[in-house]
Design a protein around this ligand. Structure first.
Ligand code: P6P
Length: 338
């Protein structure tokens, strides 16, 4: 495949955004470029994970009680270092950290943004070479610029995000991010070490033929979820026939595929875990924002994910996200089955 050298790089794209919106200060563009730099450094290590001693466990356990893989630690450190050194972020929260980290140097306290990260989601797949990813959300701080950020800067509803994105370390490595102006995808061109615009203005198809869920928990799901899954399996020929079940077990890979092709991803609550497994702030909210900007929908089964008011950094929520018409069919099944 010949690579078109005329494609825009992430730097060129974000600078073009500044030209198009002169009132912008460039701080958000700079923040996104910083994230792109950290992701390139993570990508190098992910790509050689099988060759050097960074596979396996780091010997620690994170706030979720999950064994921390060495790559998790490396990825977390990269994003913190790049953003702390930059001047476009006043603090971060991360799945790998019990509490948020305020960047309290004279430059950082004057930034108007904070970031929340899952630095390496799907890390259980690292050792078996299945795609993994980074997820992030960007918020405008609510405390005064020039002061050190506090927890309330991080406990904002997802609807307050100014940008959100993810990196999928897969057959190729992609950075996809959304602002309210649209969703754009950049593929890493290793020959020049640049993110290159490969998927401009991504739109989520109104419907698709893919549903993604961990069937192993089927009998623990609510009746409404079970009835929706069964409906997916029983589509008539006139309705296009049964849907295909695709579930990698790595959220970034599953949601990215469904965003591009159309589909629905579900991580419902269960009788044993009513809030499900996924974290609201740095897994669900970023994808709810991205898919929403692209024309899809995201809920916790009752209300829009983006409308949930967080009470703690690591809270979990049931998560349903995907094509608009498929989400509406799910909502009907949930309403009818209580
Ligand atoms: P289960 C990975 O650990 C993760 O957080 C998501 O990336 C993924 O969608 C989910 O958990 C898979 O969980 O319970 O189906 O194995």
């Amino acid at each position: 495949m010949s690579i078109n050298r005329k494609v825009q790089t992430l730097d060129e794209f974000t600078i073009q955004q500044l030209r198009d919106f002169p009132q912008a200060t460039g701080e958000l563009s700079n923040l996104l470029r910083n994230i792109g730099l950290a992701a390139k450094r993570v990508n190098v290590e992910v790509n050689k994970a099988g060759l050097v001693d960074i596979l396996g466990d780091a010997g620690t356990v994170n706030v979720q009680g999950e064994k921390v893989k060495k790559l998790d630690v490396f990825a977390n450190d990269q994003f913190i270092k790049v953003l702390q050194h930059g001047i476009s972020c006043a603090g971060i929260a991360s799945e790998e950290l019990d509490d948020f980290v305020a960047f309290d140097d004279e430059k950082s306290i004057h930034s108007k943004y904070v970031c929340l990260f899952d630095p390496l989601d799907g890390s259980g797949n690292i050792d078996v070479n299945v795609s993994i990813g980074t997820i992030f959300g960007v918020y405008r701080r609510v405390t005064p610029v020039g002061t050190v950020v506090t927890k309330e800067d991080f406990l904002q509803p997802g609807s307050s995000q100014v940008a959100a994105g993810y990196v999928v370390y897969g057959s190729s490595t992609m950075l996809v991010y959304a602002t309210r102006r649209g969703v754009n995808g950049f593929t890493l061109d290793p020959s020049i070490g640049e993110w290159t615009l490969s998927h401009p203005d991504i739109r989520c198809p109104e419907k698709g033929k893919i549903y993604s869920v961990n069937h192993g928990s089927f009998f623990e799901f609510d009746k409404g979820v079970q009835s929706y899954i069964t409906a997916c399996q029983q589509k008539s020929k006139e309705q296009g026939g049964p849907l295909r079940q695709r579930y990698v077990g790595s959220m970034v890979a599953d949601v990215h595929r469904n965003l591009i092709k159309g589909g629905i991803f579900m991580y419902p609550g269960t009788s044993s875990k009513p809030d499900g497994k996924l974290r609201l702030l740095y897994e669900c909210n970023p994808f709810a924002f991205i898919v929403g900007v692209a024309g899809g929908k995201a809920t916790n089964g009752k209300i829009r994910t983006l409308d949930i008011v967080p009470s703690s950094l690591h809270e979990r929520c049931p998560f349903f996200v995907g094509s608009k018409l498929m989400m509406e069919e799910l909502e009907t099944q949930l309403d009818q089955n209580g």
